[in-house]
Design a protein around this ligand. Sequence first.
Ligand SMILES: Nc1nc2c(ncn2[C@@H]2O[C@H](COP(=O)(O)OP(=O)(O)OP(=O)(O)O)[C@@H](O)[C@H]2O)c(=O)[nH]1
Length: 378
Amino acid sequence: MGLFDIFKKKSDEETSDQAVQQEDQPAQADKSVENAAAQQAATDNASAAGTKDKANQSEAASETADNQAIYDQGLSQSRQGFADRFNKFLSNFRSVDEDFFEQLEDTLIGADLGFELAIQISNQVREAVKVKNIKDKDQIRDLIIEQMVSQYDQQGQGEDQSMHFAPAGQPTVVLFVGVNGVGKTTTVGKLASSYKKEGKKVLLAAADTFRAGAVKQLQEWGDRADVPVVAGPEKADPASVVYTAVAKAKDENFDVLFVDTAGRLQNNVNLMQELSKINRVVQKVLPDAPQEVLLVLDATTGQNALQQAKLFQQSSEVTGIVLTKMDGTAKGGIVFAIRDSLHLPVKWIGFGEKATDLRPFSAEDFVYGMFKDLVVNK
Ligand SMILES: Nc1nc2c(ncn2[C@@H]2O[C@H](COP(=O)(O)OP(=O)(O)OP(=O)(O)O)[C@@H](O)[C@H]2O)c(=O)[nH]1
């Protein structure tokens, strides 16, 4: 089933009020297996053998419902922003002519989808309008949403949103990279808390020795989550902090090591050199690590975030994106632009400052949270 069909199904369910009924919970649990959140949970729980009993199923169902509620809430600004732009654009609608397509492109660019993707979607709408001979405003509205979702869906084929772990008995190392202020330390803290709750033995490394306060900030998260933090003295060589942490993780059988890196150095060349040095140091101790290099991007910076991503992609083996501060932007289209131009999976999405506000990325929940009020012909 394509993403747009899933989207419509969810809309239908909500309309008929079935989604909130208890009997639907097992069905929702099944559905959750299809989405990225559940994939993540499945990966995370791979070592925990045993079949799910009914209690687990209903827990998964409420987790799914909870997830959707958090997406709905966290995307409310984006949804509203998109609806406002879209409704304004459609209120000028007279006929499907060149002017219409120009305005459609402007609307999509304004929602942060990026220039190329906006043109692509506009061209697809143009084709589909011709083929289906659509003239009615509501049908056009639905068609545009359908084209956006389908385009997004197609580009994500084969994308792996799950977290990758080392084989049992070896620590998994995850590096967090990104420019300053995007939310790296906060993300490390949130993930430490969530993996610790799952029963994993978590270690943190404070390799952001450049910014005064970053080490302390990570230590506070460590205290809150009750996980140890390896830190060096202020301005210590970050690679040496990482070396100590990786050796500790290996010797003391930690399950995961999260490394918080600096977002700013004297210049970008230094920053990138430092990241490759950290990578080399990790591999000296654990040749197959790091299992993940997650690039943290701030959704409120829009197209700037894409430029940063390209810079990091050139010089480090980024394996996925953490998109933070989705709750603070009215331009959720950045998620579409990331998939279109970076071909990197968004693995986690941040909707606020609390530990529970970081969620595994789910394309289904995202698309639904963005457009749920917009489709007319359900
Ligand atoms: N609203 C909101 N705020 C967030 C989110 N994630 C992080 N923040 C806030 O963003 C600010 C910067 O976060 P940090 O974690 O310090 O960023 P950093 O990337 O580690 O910054 P440097 O250490 O300077 O490189 C903090 O005030 C966080 O609370 C989010 O998803 N939503």
